[in-house]
Each structure stands twice: as structure tokens, then as C-alpha cells.
Design a protein around this ligand. Structure first.
Ligand SMILES: [Zn+2]
Length: 222
């Protein structure tokens, strides 16, 4: 009897943990995790920029491959490097909100504090772009009732991913490419980070590989 109760409690804890940490669980918040299409199109997304070293290099690679992407920016970095955001937009890419501070405590913030943080990022982006920010990617991909309430209140469109490349853990492009290969499907949203050293070379390899498969690269509509 006691063992049964303990197992039930463990299962509930596991489910709550899964619901928060899995962006495609959809338990608290339904995110756009894939674009519905049968055409061979993928959607590139970059988190955690703009980075003064890497983002310009990533933009160069995108331009060389005529690919478009969405950059989910951190508000504090937008304030520090507004010229990079201007370049992102001038080159036909989209920007989205990825919180102002990207603090590790983000998922645990109280509603008012989280609301203020997310609003500050939109304000920083809108100051540079003069366009309303609609796309939002939750930091760490964590969703919970507070994140859901903030997204609803600010009328943001939450975006997840189909393919998490694990580029933050893997610096070997072949490993990342193999991972993408295994999960590639029409309408896939690919998660990358433009703050990582070598992110431009990795992007070049990914785009070169995708071209051989006949896929095109698109930006999500803001
Ligand atoms: Zn992030």
C-alpha cells in the first residue's frame, strides 16, 4: 500500500516535471513547435543573442546562403547592441522576445516580476525596431502556469522547436548534423544559439547539408 502511494507520488512529480520542461508537452502552454506543411521547408531560430562577436558572423552565413531566420533576443543584450538588431531586421530576418534577463530563476519568478521582465524585452526590441513584438520563446523552454499567464496577458505567440540541436553541449558539427538528420521533417523549427563560438561554421555546415536534401529555409512570420 505504502509502496503504491510512493510510486504514485513519484509518477505525479515526474509528470509535473515533464510538463514544465518539455516544450511540446502543451500542458500549461501550447507553443508552435512545428509549422504545418508538406513542403520541404525548415525554420531556423537562434536564441540568446545578439552577441557582438558571433551574431554578425551568423548573419554573414545566412546572407551567403540566402536563408532567413528568427532571432529570439535577450532584452539586456538588445540594449547593449541595438545596431546588431537593426542589421538583423534590415536583412529580412525576424526578432522575438526571449526575456529581458534570461535569469536562471526565470521559471520561478512570481507573475508580476516575470511580466515586467518579458515586457522589458519587448520594450527594448520595439525601441530599436519600431514594430510590435509578437513572438516569444520561453527561456530554457520551460513552461508553467506563470509563463502561460504572462504570454496570454501580453498576447504573445509562444514558439518552441521541433529539433533541439544541443549545440550548447556539442561542439562537433557532425554530431549535430546527425541529430538533425534523424529528426528532419517538413515544417521543422530548428533551435540554435548565435552566442556560441563557432556557431557560424556550424550554421554553414547545417545549411550546406540541408541544401543537399532539397530543403529551403524560411523565417516564421512575426
Ligand atoms: Zn535561451
Amino acid at each position: 500500500m505504502i509502496i503504491g502511494i510512493v510510486l504514485l507520488c513519484l509518477a505525479v512529480v515526474f509528470l509535473l516535471f515533464y510538463a514544465s520542461w518539455s516544450i511540446d508537452s502543451g500542458v500549461y502552454l501550447k507553443c508552435l513547435n512545428r509549422v504545418e506543411t508538406k513542403e520541404k521547408r525548415v525554420y531556423l531560430t537562434f536564441d540568446d543573442g545578439p552577441d557582438p562577436e558571433q551574431t554578425p558572423k551568423v548573419l554573414d552565413v545566412l546572407k551567403a546562403h540566402r536563408a532567413k531566420a528568427v532571432f529570439f533576443c535577450i532584452g539586456e543584450k538588445v540594449e547593449a547592441h541595438p545596431e546588431i538588431v537593426r542589421r538583423i531586421l534590415a536583412e529580412g530576418h525576424a526578432v522575438g522576445n526571449h526575456s529581458h534577463t534570461h535569469t536562471s530563476r526565470f521559471p520561478l519568478l512570481r507573475r508580476q516580476a516575470m511580466l515586467a521582465d518579458v515586457e522589458a524585452c519587448s520594450a527594448a526590441l520595439e525601441k530599436v525596431s519600431d514594430r510590435k513584438v509578437t513572438l516569444f520563446r520561453p527561456p530554457f523552454g520551460v513552461t508553467n502556469p506563470t509563463v502561460a499567464a504572462v504570454v496570454r496577458r501580453l498576447e504573445l505567440r509562444p514558439v518552441g522547436w521541433t529539433i533541439r540541436t544541443y549545440d550548447t553541449r556539442n561542439s562537433d558539427p557532425d554530431t549535430v548534423l546527425k541529430h538533425i538528420e534523424g529528426k528532419l521533417k517538413p515544417g521543422a523549427i530548428i533551435l540554435l544559439h548565435d552566442r556560441l563560438p563557432g556557431s557560424d561554421r556550424l550554421l554553414h555546415d547545417i545549411l550546406t547539408y540541408l541544401k543537399t536534401t532539397g530543403y529551403t529555409f524560411n523565417s516564421l512570420l512575426p
